[in-house]
Design a protein around this ligand. Sequence first.
Ligand code: HEM
Length: 539
Amino acid sequence: TGNGTGTAVTGAGSAEDQRTAVGEGAQTLTTRQGHPVVDNQNVRTVGSRGPTTLENYHFLEKISHFDRERTPERVVHARGAGAHGTFEAYGTVGDEPIAKYTRAKLFNTKGKETPVFVRFSSVIHGGHSPETLRDPRGFATKFYTEDGNWDLVGNNLKVFFIRDAMKFPDMVHSLKPDPVTNRQDGGRIFDFMSHHPEALQMITFLFSPWGIPANYREMEGSGVNTYKWVNAAGEAQLIKYHWVPQQGVRNLTQPEAEAIQAKDFNHATGDLYDNIKAGNFPKWELCVQMMPDGEHNELPFDPLDDTKIWPEDQFPYLPVGMMTLNKNPENYFAEVEQVAFGTGVLVDGLDFSDDKMLQGRTFSYSDTQRYRVGANYLQLPINAPKKHVATNQRDGQMTYHVDTAPGQNPHVNYEPSRLNGLSESAPAGKEHEPAYEARLVRQKLERHGDIDFQQAGDRYRRHTDREKDDLINNLADNLKGADKSVQDKMVELFTKCDADYGRRVREGIDKAMAEKAGMNGHGHAEVGVRSAGTQKPSM
Ligand code: HEM
């Protein structure tokens, strides 16, 4: 069925499956062994009050399945919401035929439709954490194309904190709750960030209202990392992907988010589900920024540095198609929880760049999914391509079916063979073969020293007054408990971005610390001592 519920993928629907036992109807509750359940209310006991017996198969199956209902959460992006939809290609990129730059079939014909599944998420906290928290938002799209799946695994913000995959686990640890107190702590976050001037642009977005999108529909998306397109001749372009919401963009200040959170901590999931249910289908236009493959030493930033934006006046957004989300999941777990996206999942005509973050990510996603969902995660309907799949991969936990081709000799699960096994495909075009000549090193990706401060400063100056005020309040609030060495270093870095930025953060920290000291001196206001509303225990 493609949605993971109900009908099995193979062998379903034969007359045998419709057999019923004595006393059983079409809606009768059964065990997973097919035994009709006669009593689902009472465990079996010796006498009505007596000890419970252990041979009660139905009870044991029910409770032990329940004991295993949770699979591990995603280590990041655990909280999410998803929907099905369609991507419709324009056949062009800007005003040129798209085939000039990529041979990917999903883009090549005007009006071509490709089914998609999208999962939106927040990043740091657990699976049922509030959707009002300050966090980047994930925007991951699976395109079920005629050439197999393409996953575009992006975020709402256009840049990232770091540009080397080696740093990702440390960065995530600093943002996750403290391993002792189990609380997120601005002092730990900025201790890490103060070593990374390349994070300043992301920080300047994240601590402004851009760090709390109003919901998932009124939010942008971006591939963040740099990819490539490859045409029929094997020539490559560097590409950045962007989703432009047709609903507009809306973000929340911290007080606005707190007002929502007081009443509803699932507001973004609810907004997406209710709008789709009501037929108000959200749409995003997919745009790309493009530059010819190469090092581009003429630019002040490295095009492989995901902490930098490609300025729109130099690299305009070129539309390539429109996505509409028009169907809610039928089962949250089967679809939204078990879906598995990865940056390595590309189709012919799309390629990797040498972006070090992208290459690190590409190992990480399928690695974690083999652990989180299982070795055969790609056989689940939500993850399986909607096309011919034939591999020689066999067995492993939860093997659901054998992906052979019709007529394939079932004895031949290897390749090559002369005995009617699977064989290789003809190439779709000339391979893109970049040439390398360099020493194998461990080195920073850096260019023109102060570019980290320039782009972050530009971002600060472009914020509206409302955004700047909220940014300063939020930074001050997070830095007020930080070590003085961390506060001083962050103020120094913000000052390098823009003197006004640094001055306002310093004043904000001083004010927040004075307020904190004042409150602690007057009746422990921080701890929230209550007098009214205290209840006696009920009897
Ligand atoms: C999820 C690793 C950077 C966007 C994940 C997951 C891992 C991971 C392990 C959990 C996947 C799962 O359980 O299915 C990494 C590493 C990174 C990195 C190692 C850097 C080296 C990024 C960046 C972005 C991003 C730069 C934004 C473009 C996402 C999204 C998800 C995700 C959207 C959730 C996908 C879903 O909804 O299932 N990442 N990540 N990640 N990551 Fe990353």
